[in-house]
Design a protein around this ligand. Structure first.
Ligand SMILES: N[C@@H](CCC(=O)N[C@@H](CS)C(=O)NCC(=O)O)C(=O)O
Length: 196
């Protein structure tokens, strides 16, 4: 059994959360290394590309959340074996990551810039991503994004949707998912029912 250590920030959600959930769900032992946000400016130089999540596997470092999600998904049987279904799973994770990047880019803006930038996201790009994912979910049968079963794609969408409706993102209305991706809320309920 490999020694696993997953480093990410000390909160629930974000790019590190799908791998945490998958490892827990599969009962795979790992060190859940949570970095306090206040420590980050001091410790970021210790991480490749100065970003997290980072997964350590027997002392070797793996960066990039979706590379980590694929690895963990294979370990946890939450990643499709079929090539086409695996591609759909990747497509969903990459789409969500594009949308995450748009919002993360606004995190450290001055308040006025943040307000204007987020209003622009709410006016176009975020509804576009939500309705696109809503359609993709319907096209794959309405319950799961790939393989007709729970995969890493579902966990990545769930965590992103939970962030959007959390009320923690100023200037992004919590109704945005209901307004532009209503099936994603049904999907959220289905996936969460399998995590308890
Ligand atoms: N493409 C990378 C992006 C990683 C990334 O931007 N991580 C953010 C947290 S979600 C981060 O480390 N931010 C801190 C910083 O850039 O200083 C991935 O998918 O892992």
């Amino acid at each position: 059994m490999s020694q696993l250590k997953l480093s990410y920030f000390d909160f629930s959600g974000g790019r590190g959360e799908p791998a945490r959930i998958a490892l827990r769900l599969a009962g795979i032992k790992f060190e859940d290394h949570r970095i306090p946000l206040l420590d980050w400016p001091r410790v970021k130089v210790d991480y490749p590309y100065q970003q997290v999540p980072v997964m350590e596997v027997d002392g070797q470092l793996l960066t990039q959340s979706d590379a980590i999600n694929r690895l963990v998904g294979k370990m946890a049987n939450l990643y499709p074996e079929d090539n086409w279904q695996a591609a759909l799973c990747d497509e969903t994770m990459d789409t969500v990551d594009d949308a995450i990047t748009l919002v993360v880019n606004t995190f450290f803006m001055e308040e006025d810039d943040k307000k204007r930038n987020r209003a622009e996201l709410v006016a176009g790009p975020l509804p576009m991503f939500l309705s696109g994912l809503n359609k993709a979910l319907e096209a794959s049968g309405g319950d799961y994004f790939a393989d007709g079963r729970l995969t890493m794609a579902d966990l990545k969408v769930l965590i992103w949707v939970n962030g959007l409706i959390s009320g923690n993102l100023d200037y992004i209305p919590t109704s945005i998912v209901a307004d532009h991706g209503p099936q994603l809320l049904r999907h959220k309920a289905l996936i969460e029912s399998q995590l308890t």
